[in-house]
Design a binder for this molecule. Structure first.
Ligand SMILES: Nc1ncnc2c1ncn2[C@@H]1O[C@H](COP(=O)(O)OP(=O)(O)OP(=O)(O)O)[C@@H](O)[C@H]1O
Ligand SMILES: [Mg+2]
Length: 251
C-alpha cells in the first residue's frame, strides 16, 4: 500500500476572511516501495466564499489528489492548507475527520452509498457520526431528501433507485450537516447526459444559496456551469480563468 511522506514545512498561510480555501505550495508524494509519485508539485489555489470552481485536467494530473486534500480526506506531504481561516495541514486524522464532518460535503463519482441501507439511513449516517439524537436525525435527513426531490424514495435501497436518484441521495448525505463547502469529484461521470443536467441544476441551487462549490469534471459542458475553471497538469495549476459563460456575461 502507498504511504505519504511526512515532510511538512512550518510556514503559516495568510488568508483574508473572504477566502475559504487557501493552499500554498501544496505537494503530495505517494511512496510505493522504491518509487515516489509526485501527484501534486506545489499547488497555490485561493478560493473565496460562494465561488463555483470547476477543476479540469487529464487523467492522472492530480485532480482527485487535490480534492482529497481540500476535503481533509488526506494530508499534504509539504505546503500549507488553510480552510475557513484555520491551518489544517498538520492536524491528526481524528481532528481532520471532525473538521470534514462539519465544514465539507463530499460527492463522489461512484456515489459511495451503503448498499444495504435505505436512502434515509444513508443520509442519516453523518449525523450518527457527530452524535445527533435519533429524532433530530430523522427530521433533518427527511428534510434534505425532500429538498433534492426524493421525498417518495426514502425507503428505497441504492439498487432500487436510478443512477440520478442515487447521486441525489449522495448529495443529500453531503448536505445533511449544512456544510458551507461542497466538493464533488466527477459527480456526473456515471450518469447519462440528461440526468447529469438535473444534477448540475441541483449544484446551481446550492451555489445560489451561498455555498462554495468545487467540482472536478472532464466535460467542458459541465465545467461551463462554474464561474471559474482551474486546469491541472502534471500536479501543478496550468491555467485559472473565469468560465466562458461568466466571461461572456461580464461583457
Ligand atoms: N493512493 C495512491 N498511491 C500511489 N499513487 C497514487 C495514489 N493515488 C493517486 N496516485 C497517483 O497520483 C497521480 C494523480 O492521481 P489522481 O487520482 O489525483 O489523478 P486524477 O487527475 O484524479 O485522474 P482521473 O481523471 O483519472 O481521475 C497519478 O499518477 C496516480 O497514479
Ligand atoms: Mg480522479
Amino acid at each position: 500500500m502507498a504511504t505519504a511522506t511526512s515532510t511538512v514545512t512550518n510556514h503559516v498561510v495568510a488568508c483574508d476572511p473572504g477566502e475559504v480555501i487557501v493552499t500554498e505550495n501544496l505537494w503530495k508524494t505517494y511512496v510505493m516501495g522504491e518509487q515516489e509519485v509526485h501527484a501534486l508539485r506545489g499547488v497555490n489555489l485561493r478560493i473565496r466564499r460562494n465561488e463555483y470552481v470547476a477543476i479540469m485536467g487529464p487523467s492522472g494530473s492530480g485532480k482527485s489528489t487535490l480534492m482529497n486534500l481540500i476535503g481533509c480526506l488526506d494530508s499534504p506531504s509539504q505546503g500549507s492548507y488553510c480552510l475557513n481561516g484555520h491551518d489544517v495541514s498538520r492536524l491528526s486524522d481524528d481532528e481532520l475527520a471532525r473538521i470534514r464532518n462539519k465544514e465539507i460535503g463530499f460527492v463522489f463519482q461512484t456515489f459511495n452509498l451503503l448498499a444495504r441501507a435505505t436512502a434515509l439511513h444513508n443520509v442519516e449516517l453523518p449525523l450518527i457520526y457527530n452524535g445527533t439524537n435519533a429524532t433530530d436525525r430523522i427530521i433533518r435527513a427527511k428534510a434534505v431528501l425532500e429538498s433534492v426531490g426524493l421525498g417518495t424514495r426514502m425507503d428505497h435501497k441504492p439498487n432500487e433507485m436510478s443512477g440520478g436518484q442515487r447521486q441525489r441521495v449522495a448529495i443529500a448525505r453531503a448536505l445533511v450537516n449544512s456544510p458551507s463547502i461542497i466538493l464533488a469529484d466527477e459527480p456526473t461521470g456515471n450518469l447519462d447526459s440528461k440526468t447529469g443536467v438535473e444534477i448540475m441544476a441541483l449544484f446551481e441551487d446550492l451555489h445560489r444559496q451561498g455555498n462554495t462549490i468545487v467540482l472536478v469534471t472532464h466535460e467542458p459542458d459541465i465545467a461551463e456551469h462554474a464561474n471559474r475553471v482551474v486546469t491541472i497538469r502534471d500536479g501543478v495549476i496550468a491555467s485559472d480563468h473565469p468560465s466562458p459563460r461568466k466571461a461572456a456575461a461580464a461583457v
